[in-house]
Design a protein around this ligand. Structure first.
Ligand code: AMP
Length: 287
């Protein structure tokens, strides 16, 4: 194990063998293991998931891996922020016990050829503009869970469709892990914290909170009984006027299985994805 043992730093392992060795050692001591998968460029949202994991497990592993299979060739894989040194520093003041930061070859054999597809729930919404995305996420999350074999793993509601895809996949494949979720952490102006917020220009950053504000207003109007279709159309116009272009979707769905809803009859989820300049932002709230 390549330990960084200078003051307060967390150990970092980069191979599956080292990760398994550490997890096995904890298990032999009767300790439980929590897992928080991330792509790094950590922010308070990620750190809040580490806190949740630590409430449910004795030890917490945080993975940092920018997963190539969930990016299409035209997307931002190369540009995605990689900030391992500051990520490790941020994790040092959380209850995390270990960082797992493998390289792509450790995770994917050169001729890897297995795919995982989770039908239904991973169709529409984000998959409409990112058809490769959930296949890549399902594959890497399965691999990371099998590499770590944690008792629990924590994912953010910020990526709501992803959360449901992972829950469904873990259930369908009988992966022996409990999937927990954490609420979306936001900046004081309502913008959901995201690694991609770093891409926003100063002017775009000022516009960005309109996304969450519009979700809140729209949820309120839907709750008051206004027709869903018209309310969503008006909200899309509001986002468009604020400078979002294109608006990939703004939809009301069942919070349980993402069934599209044309009327509001109880708990639902309002989900949005829209581009501001070159940055694609997503958000969602309960209605
Ligand atoms: P990522 O590094 O973007 O792949 O995200 C890693 C995990 O952090 C995922 O489970 C995300 O849903 C979660 N996450 C991202 N942003 C937030 C946020 N603002 N609040 C809570 N969780 C988040």
């Amino acid at each position: 194990m390549s330990l960084n043992q200078s003051h307060q730093e967390l150990p970092i392992v980069r191979t599956i063998a080292e990760l398994r060795q550490q997890v096995k050692a904890w298990r032999q001591q009767g300790l439980t293991v929590g897992f928080v998968p991330t792509m790094g460029a950590l922010h308070q949202g990620h750190l809040s998931l580490v806190e949740i994991a630590a409430e449910h497990a004795d030890k917490v592993v945080v993975s940092i891996f920018v997963n190539p299979t969930q990016f299409a060739p035209h997307e931002d894989f190369d540009a995605y922020p990689r900030t391992e040194v500051s990520d490790a520093a941020a994790l040092a003041s959380t209850p995390a016990s270990l960082i797992y930061a493998p390289n792509a070859r450790e995770v994917y054999a050169e001729n890897h050829s297995t795919k995982i597809s989770v039908d239904g729930i991973s169709e529409g919404l984000c998959a409409a503009t990112r058809p490769h995305f959930f296949g890549g996420v399902a594959l890497v999350v399965t691999k990371l869970l099998l590499q770590c074999l944690p008792d629990i793993a924590v994912f953010g509601e910020k990526d709501y469709q992803q959360l449901l895809v992972i829950k469904r996949m873990v259930r369908d494949l009988n992966i022996p892990v409990d999937i927990l979720s954490g609420p979306t952490l936001r900046d004081p102006d309502g913008l959901a914290t995201s690694s991609r917020n770093a891409y926003l220009s100063e002017a775009e950053r000022k516009i960005a909170p309109t996304l969450h504000a519009t979700l809140q207003e729209t949820a309120e109007i839907i709750r008051s009984g206004a027709p869903v279709d018209r309310t969503l159309e008006e909200a899309i116009q509001r986002l468009s006027a604020a400078g979002f272009d294109p608006i990939d979707y703004l939809e009301l769905r069942s919070g349980d299985d993402l069934t599209p809803l044309t009327t509001y009859q109880g708990p639902a989820r309002l989900l949005v994805a829209a581009r501001l300049g070159d940055t694609r932002l997503i958000d969602n709230i309960a209605v």
